[in-house]
Design a protein around this ligand. Structure first.
Ligand SMILES: Nc1ncnc2c1ncn2[C@@H]1O[C@H](COP(=O)(O)OP(=O)(O)OP(=O)(O)O)[C@@H](O)[C@H]1O
Ligand SMILES: N[C@@H](CCO)C(=O)O
Length: 292
């Protein structure tokens, strides 16, 4: 048996819609695999009751198929599904790493990005790599449709606050505007470049400033009860930037050094004031998937 762990991730980071992603040190999914004639799936942990065990409907089934690596696969969910924290991507990345090892395929983490993205296609209809890339490679990642993923390590504290709100990825994509003005384009490019420089320098001030996004985040914020107050509370408690994590409903904040606990508490309290239960992960930029 081979067991692998792959971390939760936060895609977009505001200015990098469908492009940027970051690995969180926790939470994570753990996937164990054993050789079998046909793929079977078992799921335990956070939100297991909402996750299909049919290999045609679970992301790990598509990964096993892509690697021609049938197995009995046990997924222990640490990342709640539909959280905005790359739940399906964590399973896909862990399965890709575990099956690669089990069948001695010899692929690198970069080689496994399109493989795990095939798993994501089971959920969204498209082979998005903006969550699987950071889950496999760790750190901060940039994906482009035609040439894989680029990654850079960063040393940065983060808070991911997960509210008890349901946001469907379908709705979250439907509200994204089809077009943007040249002024918004210029602002977004400036923010994205600032964020990238901040990640390369592990500079929370630059990263937070670069998370601003005039196009996608304002539209999606409407779907998350209490978002505006949570954002204000996090900034007042010492966050340098706040945005919607992935398609939501989680909210991601970058705290100034020494402020992580206060930012987490302020976000949970602001959600509570809006009548929404929430939990906050005090985390940081983390490593990619590993065999345990
Ligand atoms: N192994 C799996 N783990 C989690 N969800 C899975 C898995 N396989 C299939 N799914 C389905 O995927 C959907 C949730 O996945 P999704 O990646 O969209 O969650 P998310 O954490 O909100 O991601 P994002 O950060 O991309 O917004 C659910 O409908 C769930 O049933
Ligand atoms: N980039 C994707 C991530 C969620 O799958 C989105 O924001 O819709």
């Amino acid at each position: 048996m081979v067991t692998a762990r792959a971390p939760a991730t936060s895609a977009n980071l505001g200015s990098g819609f469908d492009t940027f992603g970051v690995a969180l040190s926790h939470p994570a999914d753990t996937v164990s695999v054993e050789r079998a004639a046909e793929t079977t799936i078992e799921v335990s942990g956070a939100g297991a009751q909402y996750i299909p065990t049919d290999p045609d409907k679970n992301v790990v089934g598509a990964v096993a198929e892509a690697l021609d690596a049938p197995a009995h696969i046990h997924i222990d969910k640490g990342v709640r599904p539909s959280s905005g924290l790359g739940s399906s991507a964590a399973s896909a990345a862990a399965a890709a790493v575990a099956l690669n090892e089990l069948y001695d395929r010899g692929y690198s983490a970069h080689d496994l990005v399109p493989v795990a993205a095939e798993g994501e296609a089971v959920v969204s209809g498209e082979a998005h790599a903006d969550n699987v890339a950071p889950s496999l490679l760790g750190g901060f990642t940039v994906v482009r449709s035609d040439d894989g993923a680029t990654s850079v390590d960063a040393d940065l504290p983060l808070v991911a606050c997960l509210p008890e709100v349901v946001v469907s990825t379908r709705d979250a994509r439907r509200v994204v505007p089809d077009t943007l003005s040249m002024a918004d384009h210029v602002e977004t490019v400036g923010n994205a470049a600032t964020l990238t420089a901040g990640m390369c320098r592990s500079d929370p001030e630059l990263v937070g400033r670069g998370m601003d996004d005039p196009v996608v985040t304002p539209a999606r914020a409407e779907l998350i009860t209490g978002y505006a107050d949570v954002r204000e509370a996090a900034l007042a408690a010492g966050a340098t930037g706040v945005t919607v994590s992935g398609a939501g409903p989680s909210v991601l904040a970058v705290p100034e050094p020494g402020c992580r606990r206060a930012v987490a508490a302020a976000m949970v309290e602001a959600f509570a004031d809006a009548g929404v239960g929430a939990r906050a992960y005090q985390t940081e930029v983390g490593r990619g998937a590993t065999v345990l």
